[in-house]
Design a protein around this ligand. Structure first.
Ligand code: NAP
Length: 470
C-alpha cells in the first residue's frame, strides 16, 4: 500500500471550525515547500453554513478593514484539495469515532465559544448579558438573531477593558447613520436607532497601565463623532505597585503611548447633545443589584488597589465602595472554550489540553494520537487574528512529525466520500464552498443597493431557503 501523504494515498485531515485558526492550519498544510511530494486533503467542518468564524461574527462591523483577511482565506479554499462542509455539528451530526473512521488526523479549531463568568451576585438578572452574545447579535450570528437587548435605559455598564469591551462601547455609542454603512445586522441597526443609551461606563479592575485594549482601539475611542470620552485624573495616576513592576526604565513605548492616549481623555465632559464614554480603572463589581422584579438596576463597586506578587499585578479590594445605576450590563471579561464530546477538556482554563498542538488526555498525560488543536481552543482567547498563523504553523509541524513517525489514525474508509456517506445516511447535506459563494454574492448584491459592504443572511432558515431556491 502506498505511504500516507502521497498522491496515491493523501494524508486526510479534518479541521473542525472555519475561523482564522482553521484557515491558517489549512494554509500551513498546503504550503509545505520542503516536502514537494506531500499531498494533503483537507475537509473543513463547520457548524454554521458560512465560513470565517470570528472574522464574520466577532470582528466589529465598523472594523471592515480587519475583515479583509478573508481574501487570503478565499485562496486557501480554492486549493484543489480543500473542501468546506458547512452546517455540520460536531457531537450531533458527526462524532469523534466517525471522524477517526474517515481521517488520519483531526484538528480542533473551534475557538472559545462562550463567555467567562464574573462570579458575582446578580450576574443573571435580566438586563445583564455576556458581551459575547451582544457581539454575536450585532454581527448577525444565526444563533442570536432572535435575541433582544433592551436599550431603553440611559446608562450601560461594560465590565472589562479588553478590545471586546471597547467594541461593545463603540457600537452602543456610534451614530447609527455611520453603522448603517457597515455590514451590521439589520435587526441590530434597527434596535440601535431606537436606543436611548447616552452613556457607557467601562470598568477596569486594575489600572490604566494594565488595560487590555490595544492602542489603536483606545485612540479610536477619542475620535468617535458626537461622543465625549473621559478618564479620571485620580484613576490615571500610576500607583506604587505599577511603578515597581515597571522598574527604573519605566513603561515601554507601547505602554507609554497608551498612557498618553488615556491621559488625553482626563477630565473631559460632554457638551450638550454629546453621548459619553467613561473609562474607569481600579474598580470591580461586587454585586449587580435588582429592582425586585428580576431586572438589573445597578452595580455595586469596590475600589481596588494593586498588589505585585510573583511578577503579576492583581487587584485587591479596599474598603471604599460606590454604586452605579444602570439598566444594562455587559460582562466582557473574556471568552472560554466549551467541551466537545469525547475530546479531553481542561475546565479551569477552558481549553483542550495540548502540548504544542498535540492533544493530551490531561496536563502531563499521554498524547491522544491523531488529535490536534490550533487557535483559541489551544492557547486560550488571546492575541489578534494574525496570532493564529504561527500558532497553526506550530500545530502543523507536530502533525507532519507524526506523519513521519506514522502515529496516525487508520481510517477504515480512505475515500473522499467516507464522511459524506455517513452524513447522507443521517440525512445531513453539508453546505459546500460553492454554496457559500452564492450566499456571499447575494449578500454583496443586497449591500450594494444601500452602499454597504454586504447585508448578511442572519438565520439558518433564510440561508437554506435561499440555497434551495432555483
Ligand atoms: P481580554 O483582552 O482578555 O480582556 C478581558 C478583560 O476582562 C480584561 O480587562 C480583564 O482584566 C477583565 N477581567 C477579567 N476577569 C475579570 C473580572 N473577574 N472582573 C473584572 N474584570 C475582569 O479579552 P477580550 O476583550 O474578550 O478579547 C479577547 C481577545 O480578542 C483579545 O486578545 C483581544 O485583543 C482580541 N480582540 C481584538 C480586537 C481587535 O483587534 N480590534 C477586537 C476584539 C477582540 P485583567 O487584565 O485585570 O484580567
Amino acid at each position: 500500500m502506498p505511504v500516507v501523504g502521497t498522491s496515491e494515498r493523501p494524508l486526510r485531515v479534518a479541521i473542525i471550525g472555519s475561523g482564522p485558526a482553521g484557515f491558517f492550519t489549512a494554509q500551513a498544510l498546503q504550503k509545505q515547500k520542503d516536502r514537494p511530494g506531500l499531498r494533503v486533503r483537507v475537509d473543513m467542518i463547520e457548524r454554521l453554513h458560512t465560513p470565517f468564524g470570528l472574522v464574520r461574527h466577532g470582528v466589529a462591523p465598523d472594523h471592515q478593514k480587519i475583515k479583509a483577511v478573508t481574501a487570503a482565506y478565499e485562496k486557501i479554499a480554492a486549493h484543489e484539495d480543500f473542501r468546506f462542509l458547512g452546517g455540520i455539528h460536531f457531537g450531533e451530526d458527526v462524532g469523534l469515532d466517525d471522524l477517526k473512521a474517515a481521517y488520519h488526523q483531526i484538528v480542533f479549531c473551534c475557538g472559545a465559544e462562550t463567555d467567562r463568568r464574573l462570579g458575582v451576585e446578580g450576574e443573571d438578572l435580566t438586563g445583564s448579558h455576556p458581551a459575547t452574545e451582544f457581539v454575536a447579535w450585532f454581527n448577525g450570528h444565526p444563533d442570536y438573531h432572535a435575541h433582544r437587548f433592551d436599550l431603553s435605559c440611559e446608562r450601560a455598564v461594560v465590565v472589562g477593558v479588553g478590545n471586546v469591551a471597547v467594541d461593545v462601547a463603540r457600537i452602543l455609542l456610534r451614530d447609527p447613520d455611520e453603522l448603517a454603512r457597515t455590514d451590521i445586522a439589520d435587526h441590530a441597526l434597527a434596535a440601535l436607532r431606537e436606543s436611548r443609551i447616552r452613556e457607557v461606563v467601562l470598568l477596569g479592575r486594575r489600572g490604566p497601565a494594565q488595560a487590555a485594549f490595544t492602542n489603536p482601539e483606545a485612540k479610536e475611542l477619542g475620535q468617535l463623532a458626537g461622543v465625549c470620552t473621559s478618564t479620571r485624573e485620580d484613576e490615571m495616576a500610576l500607583d506604587s505597585a505599577t511603578l515597581e513592576s515597571l522598574g527604573p526604565e519605566g513603561p515601554d513605548k507601547t505602554l507609554a503611548r497608551k498612557l498618553v492616549i488615556l491621559e488625553s481623555f482626563v477630565g473631559n465632559s460632554p457638551s450638550a447633545g454629546e453621548r459619553s464614554l467613561a473609562l474607569r480603572f481600579l474598580v470591580s463589581p461586587t454585586r449587580l443589584t435588582g429592582d425586585g422584579e428580576g431586572r438589573v438596576n445597578g452595580v455595586d463597586l469596590v475600589h481596588n488597589t494593586l498588589l505585585l506578587k510573583s511578577g503579576r499585578l492583581s487587584a485587591r479590594p479596599t474598603d471604599r465602595t460606590s454604586h452605579l445605576e444602570t439598566g444594562l450590563v455587559f460582562r466582557s471579561v473574556g471568552y472560554r472554550g466549551i467541551p466537545l464530546t469525547g475530546v479531553p477538556f481542561r475546565d479551569d482554563w477552558g481549553i483542550i489540553p495540548n502540548v504544542k498542538g498535540r492533544v493530551v488526555e490531561q496536563v502531563d498525560g499521554p498524547v491522544c494520537p491523531g488529535l490536534y488543536v490550533a487557535g483559541w481552543i489551544k492557547r486560550g482567547p488571546s492575541g489578534v487574528i494574525g496570532t493564529n498563523k504561527p500558532d497553526a504553523v506550530e500545530t502543523v509541524q507536530a502533525m507532519l512529525a507524526d506523519l513521519d513517525a506514522d502515529t496516525l489514525h487508520s481510517p477504515a474508509g480512505e475515500q473522499d466520500d467516507a464522511l459524506l456517506g455517513h452524513l447522507s445516511s443521517r440525512d445531513v447535506r453539508p453546505t459546500s464552498y460553492r454554496d457559500w459563494r452564492r450566499l456571499d454574492a447575494e449578500e454583496l448584491r443586497r449591500g450594494e443597493a444601500g452602499g454597504r459592504p454586504r447585508v448578511k443572511f442572519v438565520s439558518d432558515t433564510e440561508i437554506r431557503e435561499f440555497l434551495e431556491s432555483d
